[in-house]
Design a protein around this ligand. Structure first.
Ligand code: ATP
Ligand code: MG
Length: 453
């Protein structure tokens, strides 16, 4: 054979027959079941086995007899999601090929679940359900019911990360455990924030009658560790607890294999689909960077309706946000500052710990201690105060176990002296072990705060 040119070789090589498992299966099913109707449902759209496992249908393996198995499956070991939940994961069957009798709503179907990955490592792999029925309408109804169920949330929250939306059960659990009671804020501001959200979701009709678009955006800003994230979570919980629950769509980052513009588009498609909804952008300044700003604004202001979307962005750096985002109402209409706590709020935070520790017999925590701790934690964020409490309690616990942690940072005379002026008669408290440890930890934290500045 005459040798080929590179061009000929390339086109020759590229002109092979396509490999397509799906068509092979369809052709064979038609021959094997000439009297049954066939509906093909991709698993990403309608997950029939998951639907049945959730109790909405049932299935059993159909044994054909003969040499070939009716089910081929992989045993997948799924490690526990959190090491704390125990060392052992679970074994799950991932079905590569399976033939089932599927029962739903008094109807029976023959269902095949077949992995049809063609070529080496094609991604994502094609996993299809082949639904056979005497009645095409029944097969379609099954497909629609499962599709509807698959697209809904069941104890999860939609989180956008890595370029796509995924369901996140851990965030849902954490949100359900959060509450406004443990968020210490200026009472008027707390009321204003809650009211801002609830009145928006309650007043679709008012917006309509005023002929203004029913959308709103707010920004939480301020130094790290003062309650922006816990307020978002508490609000999410409040919104889920309404008679008509409002879902949250939570955006972590725009990073994706298709670039950030693609992500922004996906985010707003989903938000419009789920509206009325709460669309959260944590760390807005890192999300809406200069190169994606115009795409972002296009989605926010563009022709498509964003009715029912309440956007919330959090940031430590309001100054780093483009004025087009931070300064122009109708995008983010209102901003709330979360500052470092003042003296009274620090007292309130100490009271919060006091009640947490009320049942702990080993720790004496009189009211004066709240004032004293608030007095030495000027310029601390809530997160720093939390760290002081946690570190002090751990040190006390270790001491009780006989491990003396004082070597980590001995309390020098000099450090002790520093507080005398602040506290006046703080000496009365010196017998309290919690006070002694907190003073130590506050000194350590203040050193590290100063180093950071
Ligand atoms: N206002 C507050 N009331 C009670 N606890 C608070 C408050 N602010 C912060 N904390 C404590 O500090 C932790 C961190 O708070 P949070 O994550 O809400 O900070 P943030 O403002 O979102 O910070 P960042 O800007 O770094 O994201 C919380 O888990 C909570 O324990
Ligand atoms: Mg945060």
């Amino acid at each position: 054979m005459a040798s080929q040119t590179v061009t000929e070789a390339y086109f020759d090589h590229s002109a092979a027959k396509r490999v397509n498992t799906d068509t092979v299966i369809v052709k064979t099913l038609r021959q094997e079941y000439p009297n049954l109707e066939l509906v093909i449902a991709p698993e990403i759209s309608s997950n029939l086995l998951a639907y049945a496992s959730a109790g909405h249908a049932s299935f059993t393996v159909i044994e054909d007899g003969g040499d070939l198995p009716s089910v081929v499956s992989w045993k997948m070991y799924i490690p526990s999601a959190r090491r704390m939940d125990g060392e052992n994961g679970v074994l799950a069957d991932q079905i590569v090929f399976g033939k089932f009798l599927y029962k739903w709503n008094d109807s029976e179907f023959i269902v095949y679940r077949i992995e049809g990955r063609d070529g080496s490592g094609a991604y994502p792999s094609v996993n299809n359900y082949y639904i056979l029925s005497t009645d095409i309408h029944k097969a379609n109804s099954l497909c629609a019911a499962v599709g509807k169920w698959s697209s809904e949330l069941h104890g999860e929250i939609w989180v956008f990360d890595g370029g796509y939306w995924q369901k996140n059960a851990a965030l849902y659990q954490s949100v359900m455990g959060s509450s406004w009671d443990s968020v210490i804020l200026d009472e008027d501001m707390k009321k204003a924030i809650i009211n801002d959200h609830l009145s928006f979701f309650n007043s679709q009709e008012t917006y309509k009658s005023l002929k203004v678009p029913w959308k709103r955006g707010i920004i939480y800003y301020g130094p790290p560790g003062n309650g922006k994230t816990i307020s978002i979570k508490a609000m999410m919980h409040t919104l889920y607890s309404r008679k008509d629950p409002i879902p949250t769509l939570y955006v972590r980052s725009l990073t994706s294999f298709n670039g950030p513009e693609f992500s922004i588009k996906q985010i707003f498609i989903k938000a419009r689909q789920f509206a009325p909804c709460y669309l959260v952008f944590e760390d807005l300044d890192t999300i809406v960077s200069d190169n994606v700003r115009s795409y972002f604004l296009n989605e926010v202001d563009g022709l498509k309706s964003n009715d029912g979307i309440f956007m919330i962005g959090s940031t430590n750096h309001l100054d780093r946000l483009d004025p087009g985002i931070s300064k122009r109402p109708s995008r983010f209409d209102r901003k709330y500052l979360f500052p470092d706590p003042d003296f009274d709020q620090r007292i309130a935070y100490c009271k919060f710990w006091q009640s947490k520790l009320a049942n702990n017999k080993d720790i004496e925590f009189p009211d004066e201690l709240c004032r004293a701790i608030a007095g030495i934690t000027d310029k601390f964020s809530f997160a720093y105060m939390q760290e002081a409490f946690v570190a002090a309690l751990l040190a006390i616990a270790r001491k009780e176990e006989g491990i003396d942690p004082s070597y980590e940072h001995p309390l020098t005379e000099e450090m002790n002296d520093g507080w005398v002026g602040v506290l006046g008669d703080g000496d009365d408290l010196d017998g309290l072990v919690l006070w002694k440890e907190i003073k130590k930890q506050v000194a350590i934290l203040r050193d590290s705060m100063e180093e950071e500045q």
